[in-house]
Design a protein around this ligand. Sequence first.
Ligand code: UD1
Length: 344
Amino acid sequence: MQRKQILVTGGAGYIGSHTIVTLLEEGYEPIVLDDFRNANPAVIKKLQKLTKKEIPFFNFSCCDFDKLIQLFKKYSFSGVIHFAADKAVGESVVNPLKYFDNNITGLISLLKVIEKYPNTNLVFSSSCTVYGNPTSYPVTESFPVGFNSPYGFTKLCNEQMLMQFHTALQSTKICSLRYFNPIGAHESGLIGEEPIGAPNNLVPFITQTAAGWREQLTVFGNDYNTPDGSCLRDYIHVMDLAEAHVSALKYLEKRKEGCNAIFNIGTGIPTSVLELIKVFEQETGKTLNWKFGPRRAGDVPAIYANVEKSLKELHWKAKRSVNEAVLSAWNFQKHSLITNPSIK
Ligand code: UD1
C-alpha cells in the first residue's frame, strides 16, 4: 500500500522533529518544510540516522505561497501538520510584528493552498495559551478564550481563521491541538529541545543549568495562590504529543464529512515548578542551583487540561510520566554535551 504523504511545516523544530519519528513508525511519509529560523539543520541528518529513512526536506518559509504551491504540485499530500511558527512569549511582547508576520501570514499562505487542494487534512499546532488566564481548572475545550501576549493572540487568531475558513469551505477537515507544556526528548537522546541561545522554557533551562551551561535557574515567583507558591502547569512528554498528531490525522481520515475540531493535549495532571525541580533532582541524582526571583510578566498562576474529549474522540491519552519526561530531557542534554560541547 502506498504511504500517505504528510507535509510537516516546522518539521525540524522541537515538536515537529519528534512527530516525524512517530509518523514514520506509523507508516506515513513525512516531507519537511522548515526555514530553520529557530531550528538546527543538523536535526534532519539526526532524524535520518535515527529512523534509517530518507526524509525529503525543503528550506523556505511557509509564508512563501508561490513555493508552497509548487510543493503541493510535486507531492500528493493527504495531510499537513502545521507547526511552523514563532513561539517565544517574551519576544512576542517586544516584537509583535514578527509574530503577526510569521504566525498569521504563514497560516494564510497555507490556507490559500488548501483552498486549491481542499482534500488535504490539516492538523494545526495551537496552545493552551488561548485560555488566557483561566479562573478555574482543569480547563475544557469549551472554556472562554483570550490571550496574554502577542504570541497568544496569534494562536487564537489562527484558530478563529480556521473556524471561518471552514465555515466558508465546509468540506475541509481541520483539527487544532491545544498543547499544554511539552517537555522531554526522544529516548535515543539524538533529538530534543534545542533552543537557539538562552532558553525561555523551564526544562531546557533546568538541564542546561545542571550541565553547567547556565549558572543558576531562577524560579519566577513564590507567592502565587498555589499549594507551594510556584506556578502550576501540565507538562506533557513530547513523544506523547507526537503521538497525538498521528491520532489527529487518523481522526480526520475517518471523518466522512468536513470538520473543525479542537482538542486539549495534556496529561490532566498539574505539577508546580518546585515539584518539577524535585523530580529532576530525584531522577538524575543532580543538585540544581536555583533561587527564587520575581514573577515573570505574563505568566498565569495555574493551568492544566481536562483531557476527556481527546480520550473519547481522538482515542489518545498521554502514557508517559513527568519523571520519564524529565529524565529523557537530561539524557538529551548529556548527549548534546558529548556531541556538541561548544553550543551554549
Ligand atoms: C508558555 C505558553 C505555552 C507556549 C510556551 C511557548 C501559556 C500558559 N503557556 O508556556 O502555551 O507553548 O510558552 O514557549 O501561555 N519558569 C521559571 N524559570 C524559568 C523558566 C520558566 O520559573 O527560567 C516557570 C514559569 O514561570 C512557568 C513554568 O516555569 O511557571 C513554565 O514556563 P515555560 O516553560 O516558559 O512555559 P509557559 O510559560 O508555561
